[in-house]
Design a protein around this ligand. Structure first.
Ligand code: DP6
Length: 417
């Protein structure tokens, strides 16, 4: 009989914040200066998948990211997560059951892939650390719930803790110095408001010159506006947006989401030296959504869409199924995307991301770019082909998934397939 293989494969989703996390009160433990809240996106096109294996023959912990081996730095974020998971394996499983194999003493091989359309440039650290945490939890048979696991994913990247749940998720900042109450909780599951859609507009741009970790600490150190935001603005918004989600009130959800994206970019600008994450294309996408909402308000009395931007120029537009067609056509009208060969255009593996991916049936065929009645064209500049590289349609989705053996990313020897 061949020796048992101790291996687990899981996938985890991307999340996009409506109330932004920006600032740490403890950089080592990754404890935030304010609570935040996000929507988890479905894993159809955007996800991280991780296989981890423990084996007595392995000589050191090793990690491969998208096929390339990465160093696991001693005391670095990855190392912190792995060490904490091994500690929990020992305390929660091995110390209680003398027959449990001593996986905590064996070395690990970890293989992880981010499935995002090539060149989309979307952040993958959140889904990546969530996939790592859930795969080790499954390998180690840890009796922990997603909130408990979020404490460990948080040590990898703050926003990763929110990818432990599907649906609508809050990261409660907590107050304890050891961070044991700084964790993710479910505000509402995907099934509570499954209509939520996200139109991700991938904007061309240089790679950002100030990464989130560095940028947010500069803001903490220098921005007086951040102090106002932390104390007076975010607590009230967290209450209000949670209520809006519970009541499926899109108007309120949209208003708060846009205001919070704008305030996050305002505190970035209030940093010394100032940080600019949005570019002219981003600002024109804001103008598009604002004008669309003006038309919607006039016609129906309700808002139709909400933009939000993270630490880069890409826009995520939250909307509902009845607006998907109009929003997609408007984006393509003002920001025509170059077309990729049809046979590649609907696959996550699309080479050179230049199309609309995951076109929803409600869009009715391939969108080509159209104005809608009443939309004032003067409000948005018309761009040349390629200012927006592509558009991805996502729904609100589920949390991490434990996958079967067939999904393993590892060869028999424990290297990437
Ligand atoms: C703008 O989670 O990437 O996306 O904790 O330093 O890894 P670290 O930062 P990270 O910051 C994300 C910031 C944001 C807002 C958000 O996702 O809440």
């Amino acid at each position: 009989m061949s020796a048992a293989v101790y291996e687990a494969t899981t996938s985890a989703p991307v999340n996009i914040a409506c109330i932004k996390y920006w600032g740490k009160r403890d950089t080592k433990l990754i404890l935030p200066t304010n609570s935040s809240l996000s929507v988890t996106l479905d894993q159809d096109l955007l996800r991280s998948t991780t296989t981890s294996r423990a084996d007595p023959s392995f000589t050191k912990d090793r990690l491969w990211l998208n096929g390339k081996e990465e160093e696991i730095k001693d005391g670095g974020r990855m190392d912190n997560c792995i060490k904490e998971m091994k500690r929990l394996r020992k305390v929660l499983v091995e110390d209680k059951d003398p027959n449990a194999p001593k996986l905590s003493e064996w070395k690990l091989h970890i293989v992880s892939f981010n499935t995002v359309p090539t060149a989309a440039g979307l952040a993958s650290s959140a889904s990546g650390f969530a996939a790592l945490t859930t795969s080790l939890a499954s390998l180690f048979s840890l009796p922990l719930n997603p909130s408990e696991l979020s404490l460990i994913a948080r040590r990898g990247s703050g926003s990763a803790c929110r990818s432990l749940f599907g649906g609508y998720v809050a990261w409660e900042m907590g107050s304890k110095p050891d961070g044991s109450d700084s964790l993710a909780v479910e505000v509402a599951p995907q099934s509570h408001w499954p209509e939520m859609r996200a139109v991700v507009c991938v904007v061309s741009g240089e790679k950002k010159d100030v990464g989130s970790s560095v940028g947010m600490q500069l803001t903490v150190e220098t921005s007086p506006l951040l102090q106002h935001r932390i104390k007076y603005v975010v607590p009230e918004r967290m209450e209000k947006i949670s209520k809006a989600i519970k009541e499926r009130n899109f108007d309120e959800f949209a208003k708060i989401t846009m205001a919070d994206s704008n305030q996050f970019h305002a505190v970035a600008l209030d940093t010394t030296p100032p940080i600019f994450y949005m570019n002219d294309v981003s600002r024109n996408l804001i103008a598009l959504v604002e004008e669309y909402n003006r038309v919607c308000l006039e016609k129906t009395g309700h808002l139709g869409a909400a933009y939000t931007f993270d630490a880069g120029p890409n826009a995520v537009i939250y909307t509902l199924p009845e607006h998907i067609k109009a929003i997609t056509e408007l984006v393509l009208y003002f920001f025509p995307v170059p077309s990729a060969p049809a046979e590649r255009s609907t696959q996550a593996s699309a080479v050179g991301f230049t199309d609309v991916l995951n076109i929803f049936p409600e869009v009715g065929g391939k969108p080509t770019g159209k104005l809608i009645q009443g939309f004032n064209e003067e409000k948005v500049k018309k761009w040349d082909v390629g200012a927006v590289k592509g558009v991805i349609h996502c729904k609100v989705g589920d949390g991490p998934k434990v996958l079967g053996k067939e999904a393993s990313l590892m060869t028999a020897e424990g290297t990437p397939k």
